[in-house]
Write a protein that binds this ligand. Structure first.
Ligand SMILES: CC(C)(COP(=O)(O)OP(=O)(O)OC[C@H]1O[C@@H](n2cnc3c(N)ncnc32)[C@H](O)[C@@H]1OP(=O)(O)O)[C@@H](O)C(=O)NCCC(=O)NCCS
Length: 166
C-alpha cells in the first residue's frame, strides 16, 4: 500500500533522483522543461507516494502554463520506481492529484506523453496547441476538468508567472 502526500521541500532531491532514474539522461533538455524554468511546481497538486516503510515509490508534479492567454495545468513529470511499475501506482497518482485540481480552480490540463497510456484517464490529442519545439504534436494531450474547458483554447504554450493561479 502506498500513501500519497503533498511534496515538500525535503522531498525535492529524492524526487529529482527518482526522475533521473526513470527518464533517459538529459531529461531536462526536453522542450517541456523550458516551460518549467524559473517557475516552481504547483505545491498543492504535486504528490509523492511512499510505501509503509517511507520508501519513495512514485511522484508527480504539475506546473502552471498558459495556452494562448488561458491558464492550464502542465502534468508531469510523473514517474514510478522501476520496481513498483505496473501495480497501478501511476494511475493512482494521476487520478488522485487531478481530483484536487478543480477545487483549486483549474479546469484544463495538458501533457506531452504516450496516448496509449494517458487515454485511459481521459486524455485526448489537442489540436492547435503548440508546445515549444521540438515536440511531436501527436504527443500533446489534454483533458477537460470541467465541461468544454478546452473549447476554443488554442495557441502557443508558454510559461506562466510563478505561483500563478488559474
Ligand atoms: C509511465 C509510468 C509513470 C506508469 O506508472 P505505472 O505505475 O507503471 O502505471 P500503472 O500501473 O498505472 O499502469 C500500468 C499500465 O500502463 C502501461 N504503460 C505504462 N507506460 C506506458 C506507455 N508509455 N505507453 C503505453 N502503456 C504504458 C503498462 O503496460 C501497464 O499496462 P496494463 O495495465 O495493460 O498492464 C511509469 O511506467 C514510469 O515511471 N515510466 C518511466 C517515466 C515515464 O515514462 N513517465 C511518463 C512520461 S510521459
Amino acid at each position: 500500500m502506498f500513501h500519497l502526500n503533498r511534496e515538500t521541500d525535503a522531498d525535492w532531491w529524492e524526487v529529482e533522483a527518482l526522475y533521473d532514474l526513470c527518464f533517459a539522461p538529459g531529461r531536462e533538455a526536453l522542450s517541456s522543461y523550458r516551460l518549467r524554468d524559473g517557475t516552481l511546481p504547483i505545491a498543492a497538486l504535486s504528490q509523492v507516494a511512499r510505501d509503509r516503510d517511507g520508501i519513495l515509490a512514485g511522484a508527480i508534479r504539475y506546473w502552471p502554463v498558459c495556452v494562448g492567454e488561458r491558464p492550464a495545468l502542465l502534468l508531469g513529470p510523473i514517474a514510478v520506481h522501476p520496481t513498483r511499475q505496473g501495480e497501478g501506482l501511476g494511475g493512482y497518482l494521476i487520478r488522485e492529484s487531478l481530483a484536487l485540481a478543480p477545487g483549486l480552480g483549474w479546469n484544463r490540463v495538458l501533457l506531452v506523453g504516450d496516448a496509449p497510456y494517458y487515454q485511459r484517464f481521459g486524455f485526448r490529442p489537442l489540436s492547435g496547441v503548440e508546445m515549444p519545439p521540438p515536440t511531436n504534436p501527436k504527443r500533446i494531450l489534454g483533458m477537460s476538468l470541467a465541461p468544454g474547458a478546452w473549447d476554443g483554447v488554442q495557441g502557443k504554450v508558454t510559461r506562466a508567472p510563478s505561483q500563478a493561479e488559474p
